[in-house]
Ligand binder design. Sequence first.
Ligand code: OSB
Ligand code: MG
Length: 378
Amino acid sequence: MKIESTDLYHVDMPLVTPFETSFGRETTRAGILVAVHGEGLTGWGECVASSGPWFSYETTETAWHLLRDFLAPALLGQDVHGPEDVPACYAAVRGHPMARAGLENAVWDLLARAAGLSLAQMLARASRVVPAGRAVPDRVPVGVSVGIEDTVAELVRRVAGYVGQGYGRVKLKIKPGWDLEPVQAVRARWPGLPLQVDANSAYTLADLEVFRALDDLDLLLIEQPLHHDDLVDHARLQAELETPICLDESIQSPEHARWALDLDACRVINIKVGRVGGMTAAVDIHDLCARRGVPVWCGGMLETNVGRAGNVALATLPNFTLPGDISASARYYYQDIAQPDFVLNPDSTVSLPAGPGLGVEVLAGRLAAVSQRHLRIA
Ligand code: OSB
Ligand code: MG
């Protein structure tokens, strides 16, 4: 498949519910939609870099720069046989995994559509641990990630709303000053609820007492408690806790995943396809963890239905044994730029869309309405 052109769309979309983490509150979410064209077909990818360098150093501006000046030009005119040929086109580029993932994932969609396969089928073929003949699941287990609220009462009300909608697993964002009290309140109200917390790197080893107390609350995992770039202190903390530590920010490549497991810095990994540089690396991390008996789950970055469809497909791989941060479309945006929407099934799953590739179609009018700029690289 010869890559004939690439389109970049810088979007900004209002969130249905503002989302607050230890690094701040977001009321809108920026991103870059990437379209690659070849042989009359189009594939879509979503770059999840946000407006500021908070979750990672990447921003929509740095990703735009990388995509416009380095990544899309390197891919232009290339004859791509498999998605794994894409990272090879720009092997010399260091870092910037979210920018790379936006483009690589668009090629996955393009090649899946060309082959008449769903993305989930393509991913199963790429994995080295999926048994031959395994049927692709038609749904994946999901949960909801709940931001920091102004009061514990508001948090409990928010969680009650999601539990009422049918979410069977809840993740609470924590930060110093917003940890034991809200988590204990939610645990007291729902003693059997599968519950986990995410600190987004807001703590240090000096906070050991907070983690000892969280250790008693029967949590599924504690996500990214310490520095975003750290593995050593996470290993020290894991040695003190029964609850598995799950790394998010610290794992930006398959190599980071291997180092983290070798150090026992975590016992679960949150795989975000953007954070690790694309589907190829995501499958590699999935396979590594499967071989080592370490569960993984699919993280989210408040994606549109384009990114969400990719996450749902990824989460069909067999070692995604914990529910993903893949909530229903209505939890994020009033009007998504791609359709169909994802809805929550009564068993706290979302279903895979039908059709080849991602299984969602971008609506040009809706995309134009939320696009701040558009660039064609041809
Ligand atoms: O740390 O998992 C995170 C959103 C933005 C940045 C970081 C994170 C998140 C989420 C959102 O938790 C999960 C979702 O998309 O539902
Ligand atoms: Mg996280």
